[in-house]
Ligand binder design. Structure first.
Ligand SMILES: Cc1ncc(COP(=O)(O)O)c(C=O)c1O
Length: 394
């Protein structure tokens, strides 16, 4: 029996993630103020829209919404996504757009289509840790590129790409997970220039684009290099993660590879959820909902920044993101936020240590943490910061 149940080398090599473990733990401990989950505000998940959208989708499309559909995506949703993409400076047609099972599904299928064992993927330092797990599961080697408050550094990227062939750069230029930082326009141009010079594909993960609380939208980095970029988006933050609906814009040869593989993975993303999302976009309801999210998240971000400044010692600093769901906390160099997490949870507060977002966790700085604020009730934010201060030495 033991042999029968032996996992593949790929599954054996994958460790359980700190974030998954924290999610489970904090779900069973409602007393903990959790800044750990990068999830939308549960109280704002638009349940009241579901009935209306379902009715409208069925009235418009009939039983098609419960049928198998096109692997590339439900055509009315591919059409409805075009104005969203235009807002990002991406000029495409329905033929360029693919609807995926979440942004995660798009990233996984893309990696399956692109990566061979031993290929190298470049990422930002720090980066979104689930993406690291996807890259590792296809046997890729990851190299990370240092940056500053404006995102990854073009010279460091240049040096990285000069050293070895790199399959693609995976980057989140807007409200990055985990830091919340955004690449300004000049940095985007410099990064695009380096990528062009080395002929390197860009995979841009842009699931937080709409959650801007300050300043003007910046065109996507992909908009600077059409045909040599993959752009990934999602409706998880805009509407609901449970819809598991995301989208991707890919150059045709990559799209063809992804679609051939997707046939054997999940055949297609749910027609029903795609139809609901299409209804929400065409009827303007998604935009109205986004207005509410923006107002609430902006307030929460301000509350959290103020509460951290009020309760933690001045040697603990945060950045000042223009949007997204994350605030990046930096402690004095000797404070090990990875080790302190256990004490923090005992003290009634959770965060994700910054070290978990590094390609080489063992060599990562230990004095940073990601504070996710969207799903923390406003009235608990101050208490959460108080608890952080108690545990971390306030
Ligand atoms: C950077 C980034 N990419 C992708 C995802 C996954 O999104 P989805 O729910 O669409 O799979 C997330 C979710 O937190 C994310 O932060």
């Amino acid at each position: 029996v033991a042999g029968t149940l032996t996992l593949s080398a790929r599954a054996r090599a994958s460790a359980s993630s700190v974030i998954d473990d924290l999610f489970r733990l904090t779900r069973s401990r409602p007393d903990v103020v959790s800044f750990a989950a990068g999830a939308p505000d549960t109280s704002l998940l638009p349940v009241e829209l579901l009935g209306d959208l379902t009715r409208a989708a069925v009235d418009r499309h009939g039983r098609v919404v419960l049928q198998y559909g096109d692997t590339q995506g439900f055509p009315p949703l591919r059409e409805a996504v075009l104005p969203l993409l235009a807002r990002r400076g991406l000029d495409c047609t329905v033929d360029d757009v693919h609807i995926s099972t979440g942004g995660s599904g798009a990233l996984n299928n893309l990696c399956m289509a692109l990566l061979d064992e031993g290929d190298v993927v470049a990422v930002e330092r720090p980066t979104y840790s689930p993406a690291l797990r996807v890259f590792a599961s296809y046997g890729a080697r990851v190299v990370d590129v240092p940056g500053d408050a404006d995102g990854l550094h073009p010279d460091a990227l240049d040096a990285c790409l000069a050293r070895r062939p790199v399959r693609f750069l995976y980057a989140m230029p807007t409200f990055q997970n985990p830091t919340g930082r955004t690449m300004p326009a000049e940095r985007r141009a410099a990064v695009a220039e380096v990528l062009d010079r080395h002929g390197t594909l860009l995979v841009e993960d842009d699931v937080y684009f709409d959650l801007r609380y300050r300043g003007e939208h910046l065109p996507a980095l992909s908009a600077l290099r059409p045909g040599r970029s993959v752009y990934l988006g999602s409706f998880s933050k805009l509407l609901a993660p449970a819809l598991r609906t995301g989208y991707a814009v890919l150059p045709r040869p990559l799209l063809d590879g992804v679609l051939r593989l997707k046939q054997g993975i999940d055949m297609q993303t749910s027609s029903l959820t795609q139809a609901l999302v299409a209804e929400s976009l065409t009827g303007g309801r998604a935009d109205r909902h986004l207005g509410v999210l923006r107002a609430v998240y902006q307030r929460k971000l301000g509350l959290l920044r103020d509460a951290v400044a009020r309760h933690l010692p001045p040697s603990f600093t945060t950045n000042d993101p223009d949007g997204g769901m994350f605030l990046w906390l930096t402690a004095p160099a000797g404070v090990d936020l990875t080790v302190l997490l256990e004490a923090a949870v005992r003290g009634g507060v959770a965060y994700v240590p910054g070290s978990t977002f590094h390609a080489d966790e063992a060599a990562a700085p230990r004095n940073t943490a990601r504070l996710a604020f969207a799903d923390v009730p406003e009235e608990r934010i101050d208490e959460g910061a108080r608890r952080l201060a108690r545990v971390l030495g306030g």
